[in-house]
Design a protein around this ligand. Structure first.
Ligand code: 5AD
Length: 479
């Protein structure tokens, strides 16, 4: 196997710089942090909890507020009232952009206002001790969930603070989240994060890593999400990560969603082994609908429950839950628990039934597999086998192209839309390296919809599709 691990000397030099970039960095002592992590009870360990679940679908919310005590109360509520298996700590927008001075002002304002004035938990400002107070207050494992292109200091502080899982990746926390950050820069910064996790791993402490599968959450074709997940998975494994969770965001067509989860698991496993990795622990997370929600809470529950059902029937290991407040913004803790309970009820009822495997699911899986192979073959060619260089070059060439991403480093030329059954297809494939058969398949499926609706395939369908679910349908049909 090619050794692409970050060189120890480079890592040490970068660490000095990262830890001195904000005062709370000075409290990170990795030897002490490892002793602390080693002494934590197994029930609060993410990787071990995922492994112990063995096919039982685990449920996890999103949640984060500005102040430590308030955040602890929120997590305890989601743990007891919401019966969450795994807990989150969603990081605020300032911290995600390394703007810690502004996060500090947000904390101050929150103290004065008596309520959270940040949209998440500013973990860097609260520091190692503040994080430990949070993770020690609950009995479930806690994951850092964010959207940070340079998450090096956040990772140092939260891992030393008792968090046992870290979301994100150099592609998935750049392309959908930022406009100007070069891909080579974010991938390099995430090598540091993965190397840090690998270091804990080498010292007997498993840190779960979870690349962000849904990307922009807007009509993302399964093959694009899966190709990115596999690349980020390879980048993590190269740095010594062992527990890896790859994600997929609900598209809306059940057969396509179930097929995508099977494809993700099988393809990732194959690519990882082919690259010489073994002994990794791969799990799959399903994200309930990441696009627009209706304001009507009953209708929101319906979307949540379809997501719960598909996660279960598709054999996901974990599901990230939405809430009936999704259209309004950050949910109350009660709304958050409602999303968890609705999901739990559905999962409990379906867990006694067989997983869904139909001819349509198998066909979809076959298509996705061929698409991912086309994309990754070209990507590895461009990168001469290196997934980091391959990813950067593939985005430049549009070989990987994420729809509706804000990044200038993404070509943004592909045009996805739903077919007559709501499966996500590609109208304009831009520079995605599909063979002629695949391109024809997408065209044929879209032609069926055009006939049904008595209109030509056009950009109007894309806009109609983007708003369809929040307006009560899956496919954006004309009135
Ligand atoms: N608490 C709860 N949910 C949050 N989200 C973002 N920040 C928070 C928070 N602090 C949710 C949004 C959206 C998803 C991307 O994350 O509501 O569903």
């Amino acid at each position: 196997m090619h050794d692409r691990g970050l060189a120890p000397r480079d890592f040490q030099v970068a660490r000095q710089e990262v830890l001195s970039s904000w005062p709370t960095g000075a409290a990170v002592d990795i030897e002490e942090a490892m002793r602390y992590q080693r002494a934590m009870p197994v029930g609060r360990r993410f990787a071990e909890s995922l492994a112990a679940a063995r096919g039982r679908l685990l449920v996890q919310p999103r949640a984060g507020v500005a102040l430590i005590e308030e955040h602890i109360r929120l997590l305890k509520y989601l743990e007891t009232e919401g019966e969450a298996d795994l807990l989150p700590t969603t990081i605020d927008a300032y911290t995600r952009q390394n703007r810690y001075a502004e996060a500090a002002r947000g904390i101050e304002k929150s103290v004065n206002a008596g309520t959270s004035m940040l949209n998440g938990f500013p973990a860097v400002n609260h520091g190692v001790e503040g994080c430990r107070r949070v993770t020690e207050s609950v009995s479930r494992p806690v994951q850092v969930r964010h959207g940070t292109p340079d998450a090096r200091l956040l990772a140092e502080i939260t891992l030393a603070g008792g968090f046992t899982s870290f979301e994100g990746g150099g592609i998935s926390y750049n392309i959908p989240y930022t406009k100007n950050v070069p891909l080579r820069k974010s991938i390099a910064d995430w090598k540091y994060v993965d190397r840090l996790c690998g270091l804990y791993e080498e010292n007997g402490i498993s840190i779960n890593r979870e690349p962000f599968g849904p990307l922009t959450g807007t009509l993302v074709p399964p093959c694009v999400s899966i190709a990115v997940g596999i690349l980020e998975g390879l980048l993590a494994l190269e740095q010594g990560v062992h527990s890896l969770t790859l994600g997929y965001g609900q598209g809306g067509n059940m057969a396509q969603d179930i097929a995508a989860m099977h494809a993700l698991r099988e393809l990732a496993d194959g690519y990882f082994r082919q690259a010489g990795h073994d002994g990794f622990d791969l799990t799959v997370v399903f994200h309930q609908w990441m696009g627009g929600f209706p304001e009507d809470e009953s209708r929101a529950f319906s979307i949540i429950c379809l997501g719960a059902a598909v996660a279960c029937l598709g054999g996901a290991d974990k599901v990230i839950v939405k809430t009936p407040h999704e259209a309004m913004g950050i949910p109350t803790r009660e709304a958050n628990a409602q999303g968890l309970k609705a999901t739990r009820q559905l999962i409990n009822m379906l867990s006694d039934q067989e997983k869904l495997d139909t001819e349509t699911v198998r066909q979809e899986k076959g298509i996705i597999g061929r698409e991912v192979d086309c994309i990754l073959k070209k990507t590895f060619e461009l990168g001469r086998g290196d997934p980091a260089e391959g990813a950067a070059a593939a985005f430049e060439a549009g070989v990987i192209d994420v729809p509706f991403a804000p990044s200038i480093h993404n070509r943004g030329r592909i045009l996805p839309m739903r077919d007559d059954e709501g499966a996500i297809r590609i109208f304009n494939r831009g520079s995605l390296p599909f063979d002629e058969d695949l391109a024809a398949f997408h065209g044929e499926r879209l032609a069926v919809r055009a006939r049904t609706e008595g209109r030509a395939v056009s950009f109007q369908m894309v806009t109609d599709d983007i708003y369809a679910i929040s307006k009560g349908r899956l496919v954006g049909r004309p009135k």
